[in-house]
Design a protein around this ligand. Sequence first.
Ligand code: SF4
Ligand code: SF4
Length: 117
Amino acid sequence: MNPGRMTKQVLSSFFKKPATNLYPHEKLDMAKNLRGKLKFYPEKCIGCKLCMRDCPSGAITINKIGEKQFEAVIDLGRCLYCGQCVETCPKKALEMTDNIELAQLDKEKLKVTFRAV
Ligand code: SF4
Ligand code: SF4
């Protein structure tokens, strides 16, 4: 390799915008309709469990916790982020968010319980 040519390339790279992002200090603009962490709206849920029936990985469990009150236990470690439960839910009680920062060392922490507060 010609050292003169290499020096020119190195110097020019100082003035170019980097091709990479300084994640996590710089956040990316997420794509529209990105399928990230699920969100559950307990006030809309009617406990039909159609989401459980259609989930291909058994990642979602709906429990009755009171009169017309339900909680969702979602194992984010098992979830495939396919969105089938969101499609299936007749009450729009499930939604996919753009939260993709779900890394965990403890698998148990990926089991999230959503219930009305
Ligand atoms: S499909 Fe929707 S309404 Fe039915 S149990 Fe699941 S979250 Fe609740
Ligand atoms: S997104 Fe797919 S895998 Fe995850 S809970 Fe819903 S149906 Fe199951």
